[in-house]
Design a protein around this ligand. Sequence first.
Ligand SMILES: Nc1nc2c(c(=O)[nH]1)N[C@H]1C(S)=C(S)[C@@H](COP(=O)(O)OP(=O)(O)OC[C@H]3O[C@@H](n4cnc5c(N)ncnc54)[C@H](O)[C@@H]3O)O[C@H]1N2
Ligand code: MOO
Length: 388
Amino acid sequence: MVTIQEALRIIQDQKISLKSELKPLEEALGFALETETIAPFDVPEFDNSAMDGYALCGLFQEYQLVGEVAAGDSKEIELKDGEAVRIFTGAKVPEKATAVMMQEKTSVKESTLYLDEMPRVGQNIRKKGGQLTEGQTVFEKGHLLNPPSLSLMGSLGLEALEVISKPKINIITTGNELVKPGQPKTVGQIYESNSFAISGALQQFGFQYHQKTQIKDDFDATKVGIKRALESCDVLIISGGISVGDYDFVKQSLEENGVNELFYKVFQKPGKPLYFGRKENQFVFALPGNPASSLTCFYVYVLPLLHRLSGYEKNGLTTYQFPIKHPFKNTFGRPSFLKAAVIDGNVEILDGQGSSMIRSMAKGNALAFVDDGETLNDGDMVRCKLIS
Ligand SMILES: Nc1nc2c(c(=O)[nH]1)N[C@H]1C(S)=C(S)[C@@H](COP(=O)(O)OP(=O)(O)OC[C@H]3O[C@@H](n4cnc5c(N)ncnc54)[C@H](O)[C@@H]3O)O[C@H]1N2
Ligand code: MOO
């Protein structure tokens, strides 16, 4: 049995090798950049107007209107002192323009422009290179591509990006009692649901599974199922069959498939019988079958490794501290990740902490960490991971 910190350290210390691929911009969200990006040109590439209004030459209160520049126009108007042109947001500002005045602060009579106030030098002109200059580093290697990153990369004219590949993930669920939703079931059977939580959590963080298999509690079937799953994945996530019962065959089947155990059993609630192993460059998590145990272990242990394997700089969910709303004492006998709700900056530990209880987790939005035997009074700070 290892502690939570030891288990996380073992995962974090794994040597990994990353692969890369070219992704169209459209599909690059959530990937980490494989290489540093250098600006191929200034952004913006030319001085342009921040407003619909008038580009002015010199600082006056009256100007002669001599033309118009719209967004996308490439014509150059040679302005002289006291002259102005009609201009629109994003349009190239004439070289000699001193400022742009928004149209709400102007009036026009015939071809004379009158300003309500004196202009300031550079006012409403977005300067060439104001955001990036040619040759400047746009993003470092490993930068995580979020929507604004994609906007910036698009504005640089890049249609595809070299990114770190994401791991290929297979899921196995185990249990004779499990029936696929939608199928008839008999007394003693239950509907399989952990795989939906796992695949949902994968999707929540931009991952997809490659293959999902349901295996009976049978040693040979488990061994063969694991062998097949390992033929096509970087990370194998197994649910159930990892405890000490007579029908728990996962651990032995992993051994017989050449998977080396890195840890088995973590002093925590839920998810005590969590297993982590490795076969060359493949990683295996066997998550305890209780629904809340398997999903909690996913957020706390699986996600950080998936992030690392995707080349992210920051791995796993961030821990925040919130004051607790009602007193709480952890009498579960193990350090605990508790189903909790963070509302208006306070955290509430929810009813329904059993490892088989998933409703409380579904209604909440956080996992609150409370140490074994720890007593929390109103307002004490609690470490929380936000899960939705
Ligand atoms: N003698 C002991 N028994 C148990 C121990 C122990 O230390 N000694 N640990 C308990 C803890 S803690 C957990 S957690 C569970 C983990 O057991 P397994 O990982 O072997 O999981 P299963 O026995 O296969 O299933 C547990 C529970 O979860 C339900 N389940 C399993 N898979 C699914 C699924 N895909 N969808 C929905 N529900 C699922 C299953 O029906 C069981 O009720 O072991 C305790 N026992
Ligand atoms: O550790 Mo188990 O996950 O309490 O039910």
